[in-house]
Ligand binder design. Structure first.
Ligand SMILES: Nc1ncnc2c1ncn2[C@@H]1O[C@H](COP(=O)(O)OP(=O)(O)OP(=O)(O)O)[C@@H](O)[C@H]1O
Ligand SMILES: [Mg+2]
Length: 232
């Protein structure tokens, strides 16, 4: 469904990824893990169109998309939830959701009511400003905004970062529910337990390259790979 082939990207003269290849199958969750600074976020930004790759191809359903700007990629059904969550603090929860919904195709499966039903924690917060939300509520709103674009693929960068265990558990349940509804997910995550619980496929990155690929159960038993590539 989504294929990266030998993608090289970075910032200005500095190349960060050196030939990243990934294949994400429909309705599957693919987790990309690795130590700090290895190029995970850069890879996600490149898929989302925030960085144009220097070399390589990114294909969605067989069509090249790597030359397209971020808004065009969003319209093709790829929603990106950055690590920074990018909730509009000065807008209410409802306004945040409404704005995101403008990217949806006509007849979107996700209205504001659907999104609130999916994240009931946001129901009492609809008229609150984004800046008034807790970290967990902001993450739910960030994912809710992504859903409002009616995506086929959800890209998540460290969705559990800074959240309390109980909130992490809620996010886990919600992503599991999205998976069961057929959502394709590309996940970068530091929480190994969380990532391995959701993923169907795992890729480990080091210094801008994919160094290990396999099933979550393979990584669970591969202590050497965990130690070498994740520092676990
Ligand atoms: N905007 C930027 N301009 C220049 N260099 C950057 C920029 N963002 C990241 N880098 C550099 O690119 C490299 C990879 O960063 P990236 O954010 O992709 O890593 P990461 O794997 O997501 O790390 P982390 O686990 O800390 O989130 C790092 O050396 C980082 O310093
Ligand atoms: Mg990162």
């Amino acid at each position: 469904m989504l294929e990266l082939d030998q993608v090289e990207s970075g910032y200005g003269e500095t190349m960060v990824t050196h030939g990243v290849s990934l294949a994400i199958a429909p309705a599957q969750t693919h987790a990309v893990l690795g130590r700090n600074g290895v190029g995970k976020t850069t890879t996600l930004k490149t898929v989302a169109g925030q960085i144009t790759p220097r070399a390589g191809t990114i294909r969605l359903g067989g069509t090249n998309i790597h030359h397209l700007p971020a808004h065009a990629i969003a319209r093709l059904g790829i929603a990106y939830v950055p690590e920074t969550r990018d909730v509009f603090g000065a807008l209410t929860v409802r306004e945040n959701l409404k704005l995101a919904g403008r990217l949806a195709k006509p007849g979107s499966g996700w209205t504001i009511d659907d999104t609130i039903a999916f994240f009931p924690n946001l129901a009492n917060r609809l008229d609150h400003g984004g800046h008034q939300l807790s970290g967990g509520e902001q993450q739910m709103l960030a994912i809710g905004r992504a859903l409002m674009t009616d995506p086929d693929i959800l890209i998540l960068d460290e969705p559990t970062e800074g959240l309390a265990p109980i909130i992490i558990e809620q996010i886990f349940e919600k992503l599991t529910e999205l998976k069961s509804r057929g959502m394709t997910i590309l996940l970068v995550e530091q929480n190994l337990h969380f990532a391995l619980g959701l993923a169907d496929q795992v890729s480990l990155m080091s210094r801008g390259q994919i160094v290990w690929q396999g099933l979550p159960e393979d990584l669970k038993t591969d202590q050497a790979a965990q130690a070498r590539w994740l520092g676990v």
